[in-house]
Design a protein. Structure first.
Length: 569
């Protein structure tokens, strides 16, 4: 319960800290990206302004040359309407002002119309103008006409309704403005499709046309009259009428233009303003011929000013990038947080286990030293008080035996510490495992005879290692086997296929403790050990094997236990 509580606390703290960092960094990145996107949109509008301004200059030049010193305002408006109407389809609005800030032309939501202006032989020449439907038709009729104009039914086969054609039957032209006599709405039906299923051609008949008649009555102006014309749908218009009206109001604001001119071309001047949320209006004035003159009375002066405005939702512009970056970074931060929390908890568990191991080791060491110290103390006291003097040699021998026992424990502790710390010198030379095993077996052959234990050795291999350390490993494994083999049992040492194995018959090691036996003062089964070993033999063997990067282990078999290690030949 306590462990789960600590684990939860570690995970919550690390994940919470990294998520807070994630939110701060992502918020800062989002603000930076939006600010950069604002700057980009200002530059884009400036680029559009340069492109359109070049067209305006050409139109101004043409109208000057064809009209003498003055300018034909009607023709100028007409040409402007014809040439720069495309900016409405790019999501912008524009207006042209004279040097004294008088409005000459501005984009609008009128319908663009074309008509046959005159013919030369078989060739027709079109004229262009604009139609304001609300001036000649009721709101209901205008709404119906807009629905027809903007209808986009999806035709799937020949004969399906594909849209409507709005034709002008009779019209007058007042400068650049069109006055309709009649508008006929002709249903268009699909004829042919291309290989991808896209509509290629359609046709309709005036017999099925719906006719709208205006209430215009020709007056004394005697406007030019033309028989046929057509209304062009606004295929690419990006803004709805309400948004377009807001931008149009911005470009028609003379005070706004005067203020912008005063700051032109100051780069620090803010040419954008927030409408709502992340929706901004961007504003850009462009002088005639892209240059201004500095005058005493007017400051920055230009013969003409073209003003542009565009509405941009920065969220729409940045959304894909922000969603990708936020999502990718969230996955990254969560992964890092979970990995870091897992590693931190693992380190905590290792430290906890290490502390517990140190406590267990200290307790076991104290227990191992306590018994010989108690015996030594008792014998010494008897010698001091001359108790049973006939046993003085026995007491002295007991003291010597227990001193040697304590000395062995301390030496093995120092040896284990030196091996783990890498303080002991290690050789690397060819070692015959068979020769080492034979030497160790000869050392304990008398013990085996006394316990009626059969011992055998098979195989041979030469390894690169320290001879004395390899002898220590095999010695410790054999001593452990002798300690846990019953009288009349069997011990077998086998060297084959890069593996050394040592089998001893007898009791088994509980599976849940088979990994612990390599630790100091750990026993697989309390009933297995009957000698007075130090409890450090397998721990020393493990440390030596790890120094040489030999894998090792122990496993239960049907008759007993096998200890093994794999070596490098």
């Amino acid at each position: 319960m306590q462990r789960n509580k600590i684990k939860r606390k570690i995970y919550l703290r690390i994940v919470g800290t990294l998520m807070a960092t994630y939110l701060v960094l992502m918020t800062a990145f989002s603000l930076f990206l939006i600010s950069r996107e604002k700057e980009v949109n200002v530059l884009q509008l400036g680029t559009l302004a340069l492109q359109v301004n070049n067209r305006v200059e050409d139109i101004l030049g043409d109208t000057t040359e064809s009209s003498g010193p003055g300018r034909d305002t009607a023709k100028l408006k007409k040409e402007l309407a014809k040439q720069i109407s495309f900016i409405s389809y790019s999501g912008a609005e524009a207006a042209l002002y004279s040097g004294d800030y008088s409005l000459i032309y501005n984009t609008n939501d009128y319908w663009e119309c074309s008509y046959t202006e005159y013919s030369e032989g078989s060739k027709n020449y079109n004229g262009y103008g604009y139609l304001n439907p609300r001036e000649w038709f009721s709101e209901e009729e205008t709404s119906e006409l807009e629905n027809y104009l903007n209808a986009r039914p999806q035709a799937e086969k020949a004969g399906d309704l594909a849209g409507y054609s709005l034709d002008l039957e009779g019209l007058w032209v007042d400068n650049e403005m069109i006055i309709p006599e009649k508008i006929k709405v002709v249903p268009m039906y699909a004829n042919t499709f291309d290989e991808e299923g896209q509509l290629k051609s359609s046709s309709g008949t005036h017999l099925k046309a719906i006719t709208y008649t205006s209430d215009y009555e020709q007056n004394s102006k005697k406007l030019p009259y033309f028989k046929y014309g057509g209304i062009q749908p606004a295929n690419n218009r990006l803004l709805d009428p309400a948004e377009a009206a807001g931008l149009r109001e911005l470009v028609l604001d003379q005070e706004k233009l005067k203020e912008a001119v005063r700051h032109f071309p100051d780069k620090d001047y803010n040419f954008s303003e927030r409408v709502r949320g992340l929706t901004y209006h961007f504003y850009w004035p462009q002088p005639h011929q892209n240059t201004v003159k500095l005058t005493d009375d007017q400051g920055n002066y230009s013969e003409f000013w073209t003003v542009f405005a565009r509405q941009v939702n920065l969220w729409d512009e940045c959304r894909e990038t922000l969603v990708f970056v936020w999502g990718a970074c969230l996955i990254t931060f969560l992964s890092v947080a979970l990995i870091l929390a897992g590693q931190t908890y693992k380190t905590y568990r290792q430290r906890e286990e290490l502390e517990q191991f140190r406590r267990d080791t200290a307790s076991a060491l104290a227990h191992d030293l306590k018994t010989p110290l108690s015996i030594i103390s008792g014998y010494a006291q008897n010698l001091t008080e001359n108790v049973r003097t006939e046993k003085r040699e026995h007491y002295a021998a007991g003291i010597q035996t227990n001193v040697e026992r304590m000395d062995e424990i301390i030496r093995e502790i120092l040896e284990l510490s030196g091996l783990e710390a890498g303080l002991l010198p290690i050789k690397s030379e060819e070692v015959s495992l068979q020769a080492v095993c034979t030497q160790v077996i000869d050392r304990y052959r008398q013990v085996c005879a006394e316990k009626l234990i059969q011992i055998s050795l098979e195989g041979e291999a030469v390894v690169k290692a320290d001879p004395s350390l390899m002898e220590r490993v095999i010695d410790n494994l054999l001593v452990n086997a002798l300690d846990n083999t019953p009288e009349g049992g069997r011990i077998g040492l086998e060297i084959s296929a890069g593996t050394f194995s040592l089998f001893n018959s007898g009791s088994h090691i509980p599976e849940e403790k088979i990994e612990e036996i390599w630790l100091p003062y750990k026993k697989g089964d309390e009933s297995r050990g009957r000698t007075k070993g130090t409890g450090l033999g397998l721990a020393i063997a493990r440390t030596i094997l790890e120094l040489f990067h030999f894998s090792y282990g122990a496993k239960n078999t049907g008759e007993g236990v096998v200890f093994w290690f794999k070596f490098i030949i």
